[in-house]
Design a protein around this ligand. Sequence first.
Ligand SMILES: Nc1nc2c(ncn2[C@@H]2O[C@H](COP(=O)(O)OP(=O)(O)O)[C@@H](O)[C@H]2O)c(=O)[nH]1
Ligand SMILES: [Mg+2]
Length: 508
Amino acid sequence: MRGAGPVIETRLKHLEAHLEQENPVLLTTVQSFRELDTVAYRMGLFNPEQSYATQIPWWPLISVLGTFSAGKSTFINHYLGAKLQRSGNQAVDDKFTVICFSNQSTSHALPGVALDSDPRFPFYKVSSEIEKVAAGEGSRIDAYLQLKTSASPALRGKILIDSPGFDADAQRTSTLKITDHIIDLSDLVLVFFDARHPEPGAMRDTLDHLVSNTINRQDSGKFLYILNQIDTTAREDNPEEVVAAWQRAMGDRGLTAGRFFTIYNDEAANPIPDEALRRRYEGKRDVDLADIHERMEQVEIERAYRIVGSLEKTARGFEEKVVPAINQLIAKWRKRTLIGDVIMALLIVGGFIGITLRLGRWEGMQLKAGWWDSLTATPMSMYFSALAAYLLWLVVHYGVRHLAARSLKRAAERSGQKLGIRGSLKAAFLLNTKPWRSIFSRHPAGWSRRNRRRIQQALEDADRYVQDLNDRFTNPSGNPPLELAAANPDAQHMAEPFPEAAKAGTTH
Ligand SMILES: Nc1nc2c(ncn2[C@@H]2O[C@H](COP(=O)(O)OP(=O)(O)O)[C@@H](O)[C@H]2O)c(=O)[nH]1
Ligand SMILES: [Mg+2]
């Protein structure tokens, strides 16, 4: 229980190596998480193959979903400023592509297995998810996922996911499952529609799955609905009608609030000969595209704060939740042990009296029984009898302690779950009931002065990271500073992030 095990150590090294390229502030947070890990190991909360750092997603995830041939890949290529993804009106990609930053200039395509086994990526362990819904498919992870890297500065600190089209007739359950998984993990979901086919029939699957099913989600704000290829309406007599029909179709699914964007891609677009009309189209497109890009950037910033928020929340959790919960369990355990001791003592004394009444008699203050006489005959034999009695009592007492601890295992598990404590509260509690721990000890095992200093240090570091992030992200572009580090620590589930401002590379 001293430090991180070899598997987790390797993972943390990978994580650090990647952050080194991307975001120095967040790189230093890994060190703080390691300190908290140490405390968790010593307290028995974590086994050596667990770490706070690997339990949170480090990259903001932006997924691009929507109808087949709507221009998803084209949009991504434009964003990256590189032709990474193939595009075309035929189904050119039937896999999900996870695109992440690497500063090596040539981009690599790696198989899905790489994603499944590397905890830096959001698909870590997705095969077991797939396996749950489609037996046998989990091992075919390569059929569904691939990884590409790109050195585009716009990609720094985030991960993009390109997806296959969404209108295949029979969506295989595994594809749907992956889509759902991606939606859950994503910080931002761009849902693409095709202005060439704004009729409800053509968009049915997308509407069903990416509109109807999502509007009631708690995180519905992360969905942006985009009508792409709007240039193709320039020839229509009534182009507004295309947009109106699209919005009606979504309204029919219950989606009425804003977040609608209409864009197109210059290079892929048909030229719009009428100069005034073209200007109008470009103007509107530029506004919407800038909004979309802004949202993509924002996600990255929020994530960085949330990682630090998570660090802070984890650090505070020791004092606020873990230690009180363990103390409570120890108090119950102590009580049960003492009650058990009393019961056992009464039983033993009772048994002793019973035996005595059968085998001997009391005369005055003296016990008259052959066995008692022989035990107390000489000082030596008295000494050994007392020792034997004491040893017997220890066996009884430790048996009672053990049973009392066992009787609280379930309670420890439940309390850990209820409080949302990561790691095993049960294991941490049981560590306190080991034979060498006193039932009267005042601090839980591992809650030493040294470890409390570690936590204090992590909290101080968290403050410093917030300042560093503020220095980095606040103002020059007019964005309001974010203050969610401490304010929004419960964003835990989707959590924490990391990024660096890839401000340098993106244009808008
Ligand atoms: N007119 C027009 N065509 C586009 C636009 N964006 C993409 N396309 C074309 O639409 C086709 C499908 O694009 P692609 O990016 O492969 O779509 P995906 O299936 O959603 O990834 C390609 O031939 C693109 O050149 C656009 O904004 N306007
Ligand atoms: Mg595509």
